[in-house]
Design a protein around this ligand. Structure first.
Ligand code: SF4
Length: 665
């Protein structure tokens, strides 16, 4: 045996792992160290507000300015490390081609807002009249199940050219698969109990409110109570099926294990007989003579009188059941689960006609079985037909024995029964006016330990694909570039580059009103070309950034907290103020439906927006009035000098305060 020890996962990061040898000792903690001394981390340690913070969380910036203590020292350096390392290469390459360019240029953005003077530090990747650079990427957990037109696969097994399904249920081709990433991850749980793990850069198709229009939402903006639309019925071609799907479904639910007989409710016997005979089976009915309203129907084969259909011998019902191995355990063969729409509906109806019921009170279809494989198949079939399904398990007592029963329930948009006794009771969702069957409600979003993630891009017009057992639509991630192409760049990034542009002009590095650019790269390396978002100097973006900062300053001067712009789960995972800032939050989970409360929330947010707009108007007017004193018909205008004073956030320098009072003269 060789003396060489092969170490699969060198622990460069983990706090709780000790180096085991000299090589590990030499490399241990390298990334932490590298990032601890990076400019970005030094800002964080020095608790300075940087240009890149503007547009993020207002309360975070307020706490930094107020010099409040970090309560949760956190490190999540890997993604930052990769971004920095890649960025450095890119900047060097740029400078080689354009030797006049400055890279990693330190700048300061001087600002004077409501009596506060700020100097926001920042590092520009590349200083040029035209370009700056930012890198981005997106992904999903590798072990996520992905439905395909032929069954299931996992995200990790997908390759370019594979076929998956989009939110309309159409088969679509995978055209990009990213490399595996290890970055922050979230668990997203839906009301039906399904959980999908995605990384911090993942995008969802979601809506806020039943009737809202769905849009593309980054995981950081996804909220508990948001809705993800239910996927449409899978649009698949008819398959060659060895047994009629309705008959197979009915036998799986009510058939005898050892022969081609099915038990039926007495009132269904004639209908079942007619269906069986139409398929070429004998359909002999025997009613129970002991007084119960039940019967058996034979699916044994015979030649029809006209000789057109032979279902005896190897084509007889039970022969095929044996060939499929169903005599050893009831289940739905895979080929049926991905057959054509009408074939899947027929199979579902067969199963529901046997073991399904209609709940008149809840107006939901329900299937119960002690065979998990059958309940799973019903859930999958219903989902594949565009139904939003709920499943659960319960210990139940049958004939004195405790057994585990598997339940599947949904509000149908298509009648799940064929037999008249059941189908005539059904009220479809469209008739009952309900809407919740069209969406999956998000009930929990929680940061979880990082798992390997990967992202794919598909050639669907909706840029979506289905993920997880519940076939929940998720957005085409395309390494972040697709969303940038759609949205034209992140506002926070635009604030950053605009403030850099302002700083460069002030420092004399650029002419006034420079052209600004963001260069988005796929750091997984799958996409070769960057996506460039560039624009001529836009004063409104600068004004919006200043307004954003004004909100922070307003909160500071009023001794209030600023707006908390991140979801709580995000805070606990990434923000060093999380415990101090969010620890006292009252529970905010659960959908508020009380009209009075909903109206009050809307009113508050509306008032807040008006307050912000009023503040902006005040500032605009104030600028026009600087240094002016006098009277109008209605008002007396003067300026009052306020001396320097100590406030909680530090020293507030002296300033002139506008004073306008009614003209009573
Ligand atoms: S904990 Fe969240 S809301 Fe509070 S400052 Fe941090 S990011 Fe903002």
């Amino acid at each position: 045996m060789s003396d060489t020890e092969i170490v699969d996962d060198l622990p460069l990061e983990a706090d709780d792992v000790e180096p085991r040898n000299a090589v590990e000792e030499a490399l241990f903690g390298l990334i932490d160290e590298a990032m601890d001394t990076s400019a970005r981390s030094l800002y964080a340690q020095g608790k300075k507000v940087g240009v890149s913070d503007i547009g993020g969380c207002r309360e975070y910036v307020r706490r930094l300015i107020a010099d409040e203590d970090f309560t949760d020292p956190r490190k999540n350096f890997m993604a930052a490390f990769m971004g920095t390392a890649f960025g450095r290469e890119f900047e060097d390459a740029y400078q080689r081609r354009h030797p006049h360019a400055l890279i990693q240029q330190a700048v300061e953005v001087p600002l004077d807002l409501q009596g506060f003077q700020f100097v926001l530090p920042g590092h520009l990747d590349i200083v040029d009249p035209k370009l700056n650079t930012i890198i981005d990427g997106k992904g999903l957990a590798l072990d996520t199940l992905i439905p395909t037109p032929t069954g299931w696969t996992t995200m990790g097994a997908l390759r370019v050219g594979d076929t998956v399904l989009d939110m309309a249920g159409k088969p679509v081709t995978v055209d990009v698969v990213s490399e595996v990433k290890n970055i922050g991850c979230y668990e997203v749980e839906f009301a039906n109990g399904h959980v999908i793990v995605c990384d911090e850069e993942h995008l969802w198709v979601a809506q806020r409110g039943f009737r809202a229009t769905p849009g593309v939402v980054p995981i950081a903006d996804l909220r508990v109570g948001d809705y993800v639309p239910v996927a449409g019925a899978l649009d698949l071609p008819d398959a060659e099926l060895p047994l009629n799907p309705w008959m197979l479904g009915y036998w799986l639910g009510n058939g005898h294990h050892a022969d081609a007989m099915v038990s039926t409710h007495g009132d269904d016997a004639l209908e079942v007989q007619l269906i069986a005979q139409s398929l070429g089976y004998r359909g002999l009915v025997r009613h129970d003579k002991r007084g119960s309203n039940t019967a058996t129907v034979s699916l044994a084969g015979r030649l029809l009188r006209d000789g057109s259909r032979r279902v005896t011998g190897s084509t007889g019902f039970y022969s095929v059941v044996r060939d499929l191995g169903l005599d050893e355990g009831k289940r739905v063969p895979e080929v049926y689960l991905r057959s054509g729409h009408e074939q899947r509906l027929a199979l579902l109806r067969g199963l529901m006609d046997s073991d399904g019921t209609w709940n008149k009170t809840s107006r939901r279809a329900s299937f119960t079985s002690t065979t998990r494989a059958l309940a799973d198949a019903v859930a999958e079939l219903a989902r594949s037909l565009g139904q939003r399904v709920q499943t659960w398990t319960r210990e139940s007592s049958f004939y004195g024995k405790t057994v585990t029963a598997f339940y599947v329930e949904w509000t149908p948009t298509v009648n799940p029964f064929l037999l008249r006794r059941k189908s005539e009771r059904v009220a479809l969702a469209s008739d009952s006016g309900t809407t919740d069957h069209r969406v999956h409600r998000v009930v929990r979003i929680e940061p979880v330990a990082s798992v390997p993630t990967q992202c794919i891009s598909v050639n669907s017009p909706t840029e979506t694909y289905l993920a997880g057992e519940a076939m929940i639509p998720t957005h085409n991630t395309k390494n972040g570039l697709a969303v940038v192409r759609k949205s034209g760049g992140d506002l926070q990034h635009k604030f950053q580059v605009t403030l850099y542009g302002y700083a460069c002009v002030k420092a004399g590095l650029l002419e006034p009103e420079p052209t600004l650019a963001l260069a988005y790269y796929d750091r997984s390396g799958v996409e070769q070309a960057p996506h460039i978002v560039s624009w001529e100097w836009d004063q409104s973006i600068f004004d919006a950034a200043i307004e954003w900062l004004n909100d922070v300053v307003y909160a500071l001067t009023q001794g209030e907290e600023a707006s908390k712009d991140k979801p709580r789960d995000w805070c606990y995972s990434f923000c060093p103020f999380a415990t101090a800032c969010r620890g006292g939050d009252t529970d905010v989970e659960g959908l508020i439906e009380d009209e009075t409360i909903v109206t009050a929330i809307d009113l508050y947010k509306d008032a807040l927006a008006r307050e912000t707009a009023a503040k902006r108007d005040k500032d605009t007017a104030k600028k026009e009035l600087v240094g002016i004193g006098g009277r109008t018909k209605n008002w007396v205008l003067r300026w009052v000098h306020i001396n320097e004073s100590e406030i909680k956030a530090g020293t507030r320098r002296a300033y002139d305060k506008i004073d306008i009072r009614p003209n009573r003269g």
